[in-house]
Design a protein around this ligand. Structure first.
Ligand code: SF4
Length: 364
């Protein structure tokens, strides 16, 4: 059984593991802050990293469960190569157990219950991405940390072909894993939920302590990754104003007041179908609090047509980019991403790419 498995192309020895002293055959995974201790023959908490014969293996190298061309704004990354198209890939598995997950078929799928995906080598991913005219690759849909080795090899190749790399992550990767990605990753959307409230993380997401996320974000910043932070607002249980205030302050003080901050509307899904969608009023009030704390780019997500989908110049308030959902409907910035009204240079990486309202969806 063991020999058959390690011969498969999607089973590779993992990065970031060590034997556990005094426990022969056991390994510790250091890829995420859960730092699972895994008995022989068992999986880690993410369900896709397995101890086979005293070594840790990833079971999802190249085992692609979803591959789509998406607008970069869907990640959401509003200030990174706006208007560009990104080839987005996923495997299965996740180190979190969020009861509201919208991709739970992927994230909570466990390999013990059978394999799920089609093998694609990093070379094949790049070939497909380039044939579709992608500007970059995004590692997303399930938590990309759990397919680290595949992400790393693909990111290296993407760079060689002039493509950018971005990831959508819960931020629970260890700083040592962030360091290995280093300059290969260009941007990350770090997804927080419930304002980072500890009790919320414990009860609703199966995460004992969210605090290490902040350490990981700071490590990403050291390598110059362009960062946007999202926060899912879950009504009744994850919408406390003091949590948003605290989070907004942390972003302002550590990442800068011009860091894009997205408050995302919750939709009932998976195990939280009993709650209503987040009231628009709640989102607007929380946005106001984030702005009061000094954040200059506060967006509301999953709320197509709202004025807080647009970008306003932080200096003069002029509407410089207008959006409808994932589409840019008006682009008024001048060369160098400067406000046409007052000349202020906005915190945007990359020039506007694409056409207004150009459809950028495609399926592989
Ligand atoms: S990546 Fe998976 S196996 Fe490794 S520490 Fe995190 S949950 Fe555990």
């Amino acid at each position: 059984m063991t020999e058959n498995l390690v011969d498969k192309p999607y089973v590779r020895e993992a990065d970031f593991w060590e034997p556990v002293e005094g426990k022969p055959g056991y390994v510790r995974c250091n890829l995420c802050h859960k730092r699972c201790i895994i008995a022989p023959g068992k999986y880690g908490a993410c369900g896709v990293r397995k101890n086979i014969g005293g070594k840790l293996y990833t079971m999802v190298y190249g085992l692609v469960s979803a591959a789509h061309m998406d607008p970069i704004e869907k990640k959401p990354l509003m200030h990174f190569y706006p208007g560009s198209s990104t080839f987005s890939i996923a495997t299965v598995g996740c180190n979190f157990y969020c009861k509201f997950c919208q991709n739970w078929e992927l994230s909570q799928s466990r390999l013990e219950q059978g394999l799920y995906g089609v093998y694609m080598s990093p070379e094949k991913v790049i070939e497909e991405a380039m044939s579709l005219g992608a500007d970059g690759i995004t590692y997303t849909y399930n938590e990309p940390t759990v397919f680290f080795e595949f992400m790393y090899d693909t990111a290296k190749l993407a760079k060689r072909h002039g493509l950018y790399n971005t990831m959508v992550t819960n931020g629970y990767m260890t700083p040592e894993a962030v360091r290995k990605l280093g300059g290969l990753m260009d941007a990350a959307t770090v997804d927080l939920k419930g304002g980072g409230n500890k009790e919320f993380y414990r009860k609703i997401m199966g995460v004992w302590n969210p605090e290490p996320i902040y350490e990981t974000i700071l490590e990403m910043k050291k390598f110059g990754w362009f960062l946007e932070v999202t926060n899912l607002v879950v009504p009744e249980i994850g919408d406390k104003t003091e949590d948003i205030r605290k989070l907004a302050r942390w972003i302002r003080d550590n990442l800068g007041e011009e860091t894009p901050f997205h408050l995302l509307r919750f939709h009932p899904d998976y195990k939280l179908k009993n709650l209503p969608p987040t009231p628009i009023k709640t989102l607007e009030e929380l946005a106001k609090i984030a702005m009061e704390e000094g954040l200059k780019h506060v967006y509301l997500g999953n709320l197509w047509g709202h004025r807080l989908e647009n970008t306003y110049c932080p200096k003069c308030g002029y509407p410089v980019i207008e959006r409808y959902g994932f589409y840019i409907t008006a682009w008024r910035l001048e060369k160098g991403n400067k406000c046409p009204n007052c000349g202020y240079k906005l915190n945007i990486r990359g020039e506007f790419k694409g056409e207004l309202r150009r459809p950028r969806f495609g399926f592989f």
